[in-house]
Design a protein around this ligand. Structure first.
Ligand code: ATP
Ligand code: MG
Length: 282
C-alpha cells in the first residue's frame, strides 16, 4: 500500500481536483483499491463525490465514519452548536469505516467539525492518521491512500505528511508559485526533522495550464532549470478548462466528462505517478 499526499501551501491551485481525479483513475483505469482521505476542513474532495443531500444522508449512517471520528480521540470533549456536547465514544483506528463510493474507490469523508477539535501540535492527534494507515496496510484493504490537504500549515497538514510515503505538489503556473513551493519544502523538511519521518517528493504537477500565457513557460523553465526541481515536473499538464470547475459542482469526475484533453491529462498524470512511486503493476 502506498500513501500519497497532495499538498501545497497555496490555495486554489488544483490540489483537490488532481487528488480526486487521480484517485478515480487509479481505481478505474488501473484496478487499484483506493481510499481518499479528506483532511481539509473545507471538505472539497468529499464534495467532488457527494452532493449536499447525499452528504447529509451518508452522515446519518452510524456504521460509517468521517475524518472527525479519526481525529477525535476523545481526550477533549467537543462542543458543537449542531450536536451539543459530543458523546461519541472515541474509536480505535482499526474500527474507522470509510464510505464506499464505488467498489474500489472509498473515501474517509471530510467534516467541518474537525475545526472544533484541539489539534495543537503535541496532542498526539497528529499521529492518528499515521496509525490509521498503518492499520490499513496491515489489513491489506487498499493499494493506494490518496490524501487531500488544506492549504494552510496546520496539524491537519502535518498529520497528512506524517502518514504519507510520497507527496505530490500541484502547482498553478503563476508568478508567485515558486515562493509557495519553496516554503512548502521548508515546512516538510521541518516535519521530517522533528518527527524523523521519511517522505519522498514524487513530483510537481502543473495545473490550470493556459498555453497562451507566458507564466506557463516561465513555470516550465523555472522547474526545469532549478537544481532542486529539475526532473520533478510531471510531463503531463492539466489544462485550464471552465468545464472542469462546472462539472465539479455536479459531482462529475473528469474521466466522465467529454473534455478529451483533460481526460488524457488525468490518465497521463496517473501513469506518471505510478512510475514515480515505483508501481510497475500498471
Ligand atoms: N484545470 C482546471 N481548469 C479550470 N478550473 C479548474 C481546474 N482545476 C481546478 N479548477 C477549479 O479551480 C478551483 C480550485 O481548484 P481546487 O479546489 O482543486 O484547488 P485546491 O488547491 O484544492 O484549493 P484549496 O486550497 O481551497 O483546497 C475549483 O473551483 C476547481 O473546480
Ligand atoms: Mg482543496
Amino acid at each position: 500500500m502506498k500513501v500519497v499526499t497532495f499538498v501545497n501551501m497555496k490555495g486554489g491551485v488544483g490540489k483537490t481536483t488532481v487528488a480526486v481525479n487521480v484517485a478515480d483513475a487509479l481505481a478505474r483505469r488501473h484496478d487499484k483499491r483506493v481510499l481518499i482521505v479528506d483532511v481539509d476542513p473545507q471538505f472539497n474532495a468529499t464534495q467532488c463525490l457527494y452532493s449536499g443531500d447525499d452528504y447529509v444522508e451518508m452522515r446519518a449512517d452510524p456504521t460509517t465514519h468521517t475524518i472527525f471520528d479519526l481525529f477525535n480521540d476523545g481526550v477533549i470533549p467537543v462542543v458543537s452548536p449542531i450536536s451539543g456536547i459530543s458523546e461519541t465514544e472515541p474509536l480505535d483506528v482499526e474500527d474507522i469505516r470509510p464510505w464506499k463510493y464505488r467498489d474500489n474507490l472509498h473515501i474517509l469523508a471530510g467534516n467541518l467539525e474537525i475545526y472544533r477539535l484541539d489539534m495543537a501540535p503535541g496532542s498526539g492527534r497528529e499521529l492518528r492518521l499515521k496509525r490509521y494507515v498503518e492499520a490499513l496496510a496491515k489489513a491489506d484493504v487498499y493499494d493506494y491512500v490518496v490524501i487531500d490537504t488544506p492549504p494552510t500549515p496546520s496539524t491537519f497538514m502535518t498529520s497528512a505528511i506524517l502518514a504519507s510515503d510520497y507527496y505530490v505538489i500541484p502547482v498553478r503556473p503563476e508568478p508567485l508559485s515558486r515562493v509557495g513551493i519553496d516554503l512548502l519544502t521548508g515546512v516538510i523538511a521541518r516535519v521530517i526533522k522533528n518527527h524523523g519521518h521519511k517522505i519522498e517528493n514524487a513530483g510537481v504537477v502543473l495545473t490550470m495550464m493556459d498555453a497562451r500565457t507566458t507564466v506557463y513557460y516561465d513555470a516550465l523553465s523555472f522547474l526545469d532549470s532549478d537544481e532542486k526541481w529539475a526532473g520533478k515536473r510531471f510531463k503531463t499538464v492539466l489544462p485550464q478548462r471552465t468545464q472542469i470547475a462546472k462539472n465539479q459542482g455536479d459531482q462529475r469526475l473528469i474521466l466522465d466528462s467529454n473534455k478529451e484533453d483533460a481526460k488524457r491529462a488525468i490518465a497521463g498524470i496517473t501513469n506518471e505517478l505510478l512510475e514515480r512511486v515505483g508501481d510497475d503493476g500498471i
